[in-house]
Ligand binder design. Structure first.
Ligand code: SAH
Length: 395
């Protein structure tokens, strides 16, 4: 197949030689033809040697690399990539299990498929494109996915309404591009969850907290748990299984409160240890009595979506954590997270350190948490690291 070609400025192929999967717009000298967003382009260095192939997009990241080898990007290419992704999930033990059919099959750059996310919920795959290029390839991807996953795949829900570049104005609507799901319940580590892929945030569930929820379960016995920013209540349900004395789930969205109640009901019908509240986090933390909880989870939405929001985000994390440190019972345990990609590990840790000092508590770091193995980080693309967490013992 012949692809349009872009030529890089002298020396601008360096990061690609180190397999970094992005070409920034400033690195491009010229193109041999007029480019359209979503085109597959071949990238040549300034001496006209092939370097890589990728999806062209309009913006500061101009090309997202699909391959460093000269080859056709066709269904068999997608099939290979998806097969490798599935093999990885099998080898880390999240796929092909009875008690767990919720996992991320494709994590963008982490799986050498920039701009694509696929989450599996039992027989339903939820596919999300973050680039016009992936959007244009969606039907080929769907065919490849069917071939790789096989009969157990009953439906593919395409959910890119909010993740595609707004300016591309593709008028894309969410919907099934293959089959239809009869069942909205999926298993995570033996627990059941309703997955609202139609209306829920992201692909319907926060798959990336699986391991951290498991760890929380082991700290829950006999404790009073506050799950702040609970959304569908993943942490709450694990805490109940772990033997918590009581679990309070809080989220500012009334819809989230409905979801968490439904998920608790699904696993522990009639369990009176659980209560959910629709309330703002800061307000709830201000108003709650000191010492009410000895296990607190803070898993807020990304405070910094972009680098320019960094300062405010750090202030937000500091303020939030300080409130928890003030109120947590002595001997309490705090699980605190940041999913902002723009905030790195050290910055997050510094924000939490500042909060601890403000509250004058003696604090030990017990665990440093991150995203699970089905959200792998491409070693050449450190930007792929986004989720970080700390488990703290508060004296
Ligand atoms: N911990 C969840 C994911 C959290 S997503 C899980 O494991 O699935 C972040 C949640 O924070 C969203 O549900 C959103 O409704 C909620 N939220 C956002 N701002 C909030 C605020 N100021 N107070 C309380 N909840 C808030």
């Amino acid at each position: 197949m012949m692809y349009k070609t872009i030529y890089l400025r002298r020396g601008k192929d360096e990061s690609l030689r180190r397999f970094h999967p992005w070409v920034f717009s400033g690195a491009i000298e010229r193109a041999d033809e007029e480019l359209e967003e979503g085109d597959i382009v071949q990238v040549f260095d300034s001496s006209s040697h092939f370097v890589a192939l990728g999806h062209y997009q309009i913006g500061s990241i101009a090309v997202r690399i699909l391959s460093f080898e000269e080859r056709d990007i066709d269904e068999s290419f997608w099939r290979e990539r998806l097969q490798t992704a599935l093999d990885v999930r099998r080898s880390i033990g999240v796929a092909g299990r009875q008690d767990n059919n919720t996992y991320r099959l494709v994590h963008g750059e982490g799986d050498n498929l920039p701009g694509l996310v696929i989450d599996m919920y039992g027989g339903t795959a939820v596919m999300q494109a973050h680039s016009v290029g992936m959007h244009l390839c969606r039907m080929q991807l769907a065919e490849a996915l069917k071939a790789v996953v096989g009969e157990s795949l009953t439906a593919i829900y395409y959910k890119s309404e909010t993740t595609l570049p707004y300016k591309a104005s593709l008028g894309q609507e969410n919907g099934f591009i293959y089959g239809e799901s009869q069942n909205d319940v999926a298993q995570e580590n033996g627990l059941s969850f309703h997955i609202d892929w139609l209306r829920g945030q992201k692909t319907g569930f926060f798959v990336d907290q699986r391991d951290n929820r498991s760890l929380l379960e082991h700290y829950s016995m006999g404790r009073n748990v506050l799950n702040m920013f609970c959304y569908t209540g993943g942490f709450s349900v694990y805490a109940l299984r772990g033997g918590a004395r009581l679990v309070h789930s809080v989220d500012s969205s009334a819809k989230a409160v409905e979801l968490v109640n439904a998920n608790v009901e699904l696993n522990f019908p009639g369990d009176e240890r659980h209560k959910a509240f629709a309330e703002d986090a800061f307000k709830y933390l201000d108003q709650m009595e000191t010492g009410s909880y000895d296990l607190i989870i803070l898993d807020p939405p990304a405070f910094a979506k972009h680098k320019d929001a960094l300062k405010n985000a750090l202030r937000g994390y500091t303020k939030l954590n300080a409130k928890a440190f003030e109120k947590i019972r002595p001997g309490g345990i705090l699980f605190t997270f940041s999913c902002s990609q723009a905030v790195n590990k050290d910055q997050f840790r510094l924000a939490v350190f500042t909060s601890a000092a403000m509250a004058r508590r003696s604090v030990r770091i017990l665990h440093q948490l991150h995203q699970p193995a089905d959200h792998p980080i491409n070693i050449y693309h450190p930007e792929g690291e986004y989720l970080k967490g700390l488990v703290l013992y508060v004296e």
